[in-house]
Design a binder for this molecule. Sequence first.
Ligand SMILES: CCCCC/C=C/C(=O)SCCNC(=O)CCNC(=O)[C@H](O)C(C)(C)COP(=O)(O)OP(=O)(O)OC[C@H]1O[C@@H](n2cnc3c(N)ncnc32)[C@H](O)[C@@H]1OP(=O)(O)O
Ligand SMILES: Cc1cc2nc3c(=O)[nH]c(=O)nc-3n(C[C@H](O)[C@H](O)[C@H](O)COP(=O)(O)OP(=O)(O)OC[C@H]3O[C@@H](n4cnc5c(N)ncnc54)[C@H](O)[C@@H]3O)c2cc1C
Length: 663
Amino acid sequence: MEGVDYLRDERSKAQFDVETMKVAWAGSPEAFLVCDRMAKLVANDPVFEKFSKPMLGRKELFKNTLRKTAHAWKLVNDLHLTEEEAKWLRHYIDEPSYTDLQWEMFVPALEGQGTEEQKKKWVPLAKTMQIIGTYAQTELGHGSNVQGLETTATFDRQSDEFVIHSPTLTSSKWWPGGLAKVTTHAIVYARLIIDGHFYGVHGFIVQLRSLEDHSPLPGITLGDIGMKFGHGTYNTMDNGVARFDRVRIPRDQMLMRVSQVTKEGKYMKSNVPRQLGYATMVSVRQTIVSDASKALSRAVCIATRYSAIRRQFGSRDGGPETQVLDYKTQQSRLFPLVASAFAFRFASDWLKLLYTDVKQRLEVNDFSTLPEVHACTAGFKSLTTAATAEGIEECRKLCGGHGYLISSGLPELFAFYVPACTYEGENVVMLLQVARFLVKTVSDLGNKQPVGTAAYLGRASLLVQKNCVVQTAEDWLNPIAILEAFEARAARMAVGCCQRLAEFKSPEEGFAELSSDLAEASLAHCQVIVVSTFIRRLQQDIPGRGVKQALEVLCNVYALFLLHKHQGDFLATGYLTPKQASLANDQLRTLYSKVRPNAIALVDSFNHTDHYLSSVLGRYDGNVYPKLYEAALKDPLNDSDIADGIHQYVQPILKQKLHSSKL
Ligand SMILES: CCCCC/C=C/C(=O)SCCNC(=O)CCNC(=O)[C@H](O)C(C)(C)COP(=O)(O)OP(=O)(O)OC[C@H]1O[C@@H](n2cnc3c(N)ncnc32)[C@H](O)[C@@H]1OP(=O)(O)O
Ligand SMILES: Cc1cc2nc3c(=O)[nH]c(=O)nc-3n(C[C@H](O)[C@H](O)[C@H](O)COP(=O)(O)OP(=O)(O)OC[C@H]3O[C@@H](n4cnc5c(N)ncnc54)[C@H](O)[C@@H]3O)c2cc1C
């Protein structure tokens, strides 16, 4: 049998309806149709070809992406694509470019932090691409500590302008995507100074380049920050550096939803919290959770298909060898990642609803849920990106040696993905934000009943006393047992940290000293929410033959895999006995056997095109070996039998006359 037959055979074993599962994965029939149409539009257009990318030099890579982006914009206009369709089109083109910043950060920053008047002026210009913008917050010296930014925006009452200035080397803006060569505008974050007084960091709309000839405007120095990790991925993007030498902008270019500066130089706070200045980051963190499920689904799709084709050992009497997918070790590394992709998918759908709700509340100045939304977006961002980055690397290893080839698609995916652990809030820094929320919630338990995602902490006094009642491996299939275990472990970790915090001289000293434990408690809290979201999703109506059952298995795999991975926490907090932890692991093994017949169908449900996967190992048709061979032959080194440099550098060595002593 060939790879093609193996996958055909696997598909025939599926116990659920793949077409309906595709809809469950996409979120709705409408969402499925949009994704499917955009994925095919990209896959069938030769301009979006990706296979030559690894061979291109930096300048060619960059120009190639500019060409693709221009073509995509033409399609958006010619085909009258909606914003949602255009978003998916960009997603399937699969190359970091300035448009990511334009649509994911510049436009949301204008919309979220601008006044009605500012929005009216700037948003249409941005949405029609008459101006191209980026989000210039991070500096050479500070990224995580936004309040530590050094760029200044000094109000000049005489001219009714702000003077944007980079006073030090470390105040140079550093990292913003598209800044180096493309963007005409940026939201520059700077410390506001009026009459020598500092008023904190605010966003300012700054024009960077001439709209006539694209040259940097006077007083502005722009450049690229250099090559990044992984050749053909983030190097398509011109992450940039910017320095400002007393650049003047009109007063009405400070984003003034949160606070205003009057003509007279009076600083006026609106009745909205200053954290709304961080709203763009909340919006993007929410998108990043959804991106995590997509990136992980890509990696597991490649590794699962290849594991069904790859055979090693176990041949008896010349019969076929064992599919590596049948090894329990392969399953125990791969299936939790398949389950995680689904868990993150449903978590991101839920987070989107939470975010939409907070946006509606903010419109009417209801800020009550902002701390919870901030904690959820920050925590989920950290949890999902860390697990996805690790997961992609695990998938590379699951593909053995071939996983290390660029043609497997996995090295490039990894290089493209890993910065997600750092950008939009470094992951540990984000967990510490969740910790602040947890500590506040637990400390306030006597006065305030927590709601929403923290509601379980209202039962903390019960959860710290109760013990797990599981007696058999089957008991671990009960969602109530699973959820209570996660809640009890998280509550005990949070309460334990709070008790120890009280032993320090000040809360700040305690927080700093216990920060590792607090980060772990935060992760445990986020896992409660992801697991409960998966469980709640299954309580909804899920149509299609066997779809709900297949998802139930994955939900249990996700939860019990986490329980096994973190069993130290579950045991140390005293909720579980070693016997109960061991029963959970027994159940996990049984669940892997239930995933096995559905494995290929599950990854087919992601509906990924071969173009999107860009992986010889993950091809839908399974024709791996011939195509791997073909891809290798396309390497420029195979253009001729005798490569450049052989005559010059190798032959002289071969032909050298050696003294007898060296022989
Ligand atoms: C997909 C597109 C491509 C993406 C390309 C990448 C782009 C980027 O990376 S853009 C740059 C992103 N930068 C960051 O994410 C910086 C991370 N740092 C921060 O977000 C913040 O500085 C901080 C949260 C780490 C700390 O903020 P700070 O001002 O120092 O405030 P405090 O810690 O004192 O917190 C004050 C108070 O505000 C709460 N809070 C913080 N952030 C938010 C928020 N976004 N929304 C709501 N509330 C927030 C914080 O929890 C504190 O609350 P209390 O504990 O109640 O005081
Ligand atoms: C590919 C990419 C694209 C980016 N695009 C943009 C962009 O478009 N616009 C923009 O403005 N920025 C952008 N950034 C910058 C990015 O947002 C920052 O790099 C990020 O916020 C992390 O900040 P930092 O680099 O200062 O890390 P640091 O904060 O210096 O992190 C270094 C280490 O210190 C630790 N640390 C820091 N503070 C604490 C603390 N309080 N407690 C415990 N540990 C701590 C961290 O955990 C980490 O291990 C981009 C970055 C990358 C990699």
